[in-house]
Design a protein around this ligand. Structure first.
Ligand code: NAD
Length: 409
């Protein structure tokens, strides 16, 4: 099974409950536009670097397409299509006036110099500038991209289309970005953790956590959970994991990673593998790295009591069925990591208003949207005795199909 098929499987589980006609199902599943471009740059060595970039625009019934740009060696058309579709359901679930899109470049950003990354980003935008824009399609950061990449994108877009900072979100705060955007996804994951643990008559304080991935999302998730008294006993990145049953000192780990660029070698815990982390007996397991982590076998071996999907698409459908059968609740990606796109929306609104909001307002409004969407999803799941994922898709599909019906086909 490929990534897009997996997303469509989750869609179908909810669609079945809605009695959609086959034509409407096809309309909602099929991406509206897919673009693949060759991106050629001169490498620092003087050699030519050939890369392939993608942008998939999935659905625009509720507003301009919105979705991140990923720089990673596994980026391909199918992954972009799957992630674009997830964005459609995510923006609808948290009720943002957007559709869904996703894109990226197949490359290993850890092996490119800053100059090469800048040339790659600019050349990609040169190829796709006419299909993005504040009221067309608004990119944002994802794996392997950050605020600096978004700044280059804004600047390059401006060369073709004129100055317009609302053409991209996740920019540096001092360069038309928003307070709170960088930490927004992790902040949101911590809010969702508080909400779900509350419903399960537990709390963040006193619960044990394992987090896979220590990039933008994993790092900020750990920080906000730590502030609320979480005991984070395992954290990993692409190079390995570190575990400490008494709880890791997150501030110390940050200092180590700032110097060494990786978790490996951190003295405040024992070295471990990613698999050990994923199978550790914690209260809450948070995948915050790649997609496609949980397959059927791993799902049988997981010992966590609750999973919160901070990463996009970490769970294959056959693993999801195992988690459901084992009674392990899974908070789906389209809600758990929606904090990022919520604050991207606030950044876009501020850019359009030429006005800045304070951090307190941004965090307050992010929290409200997430808590409301969580409540709607959780209550529906309880009422209909379905998984939280199916309940989340159910709400999202109703909103998107309603927009298609109201706008007219
Ligand atoms: P990032 O590039 O900042 O960090 C990725 C982290 O994952 C790094 O620590 C990397 O070392 C680690 N990693 C990579 N491969 C791994 C492996 N095989 N095992 C363990 N760790 C591995 O990316 P990010 O922005 O933090 O995104 C992480 C996930 O969250 C992705 O699935 C992304 O789609 C999703 N997401 C991100 C945002 C956002 O605002 N950045 C928003 C929503 C969802």
């Amino acid at each position: 099974m490929q990534a897009f098929e997996a997303t469509s499987f989750y869609f179908d589980q909810a669609a079945k409950l809605l009695d959609l006609t086959e034509n409407i199902r096809t309309l909602l599943v099929t991406p509206e536009r897919e673009v693949r471009v060759e991106v050629v740059i001169e490498l620092d060595s003087g050699a030519i670097g050939n890369f392939i970039g993608y942008r998939v625009q999935h659905d625009s019934a509720r507003g301009p397409y919105k979705g991140g740009l990923r720089y990673h060696p596994l980026v391909d058309q199918d992954e972009a299509r799957s992630l674009a579709s997830l964005m459609t359901w995510k923006t609808a679930l948290v009720d943002l006036p957007y559709g869904g899109a996703k894109g990226g470049i197949n490359c290993d950003p850890t092996k490119l110099s800053r100059g090469e990354l800048e040339r790659l980003s600019r050349r990609f935008i040169e190829k796709i500038h006419d299909m993005i824009g504040p009221f067309k399609d608004i990119p944002a950061p994802d794996m392997g991209t950050d605020a600096q990449v978004m700044a280059w994108i804004m600047n390059e877009y401006g060369k073709f289309e004129g100055f317009n900072p609302a053409c991209v979100t996740g920019k540096p705060v001092e360069f038309h970005g928003s307070e709170g955007r960088e930490a927004a996804t992790g902040y949101g994951v911590a809010i969702i953790a508080r909400e779900i643990l509350g419903r399960l008559k537990r709390s963040i304080a006193g619960s044990t956590f394992a987090i896979q991935g220590y990039g933008n999302v994993g790092r900020h998730t750990a920080r906000f959970l730590g502030r609320q008294g979480a005991k984070i006993v395992a954290i990993s990145d692409a190079y390995g994991a570190v575990m400490n049953p008494s709880g890791l000192d997150i501030a110390e780990l940050d200092r180590h990673v700032a110097v060494n660029r990786k978790i490996v070698g951190f003295k405040g815990g024992d070295p471990a593998t990613n698999d050990q982390l994923l199978m550790s007996p914690v209260d809450v397991l948070i995948p915050a790295a790649l997609g496609g982590i949980f397959d059927k076998e791993l799902a049988q071996a997981v010992q966590a009591k609750l999973i919160i999907e901070a990463a996009n698409s970490p769970t294959w459908p056959e693993a999801d069925l195992v988690f459901n059968a084992r009674g392990i609740p899974v908070v789906p990606d389209i809600l758990a990591n929606a904090g990022g796109v919520i604050v991207s929306y606030f950044e876009w609104v501020q850019n359009l208003q030429h006005f800045r909001w304070p951090l307190e307002q941004i965090q307050r409004e992010e929290e409200k949207r997430l808590v409301d969407a969580f409540g709607e999803m959780y209550d529906l799941a309880e009422r209909k005795q379905i998984s939280m994922r199916t309940a989340a898709f159910y709400h999202a599909i109703i909103r998107v199909s309603r927009a298609h019906a109201l706008g007219g086909m």
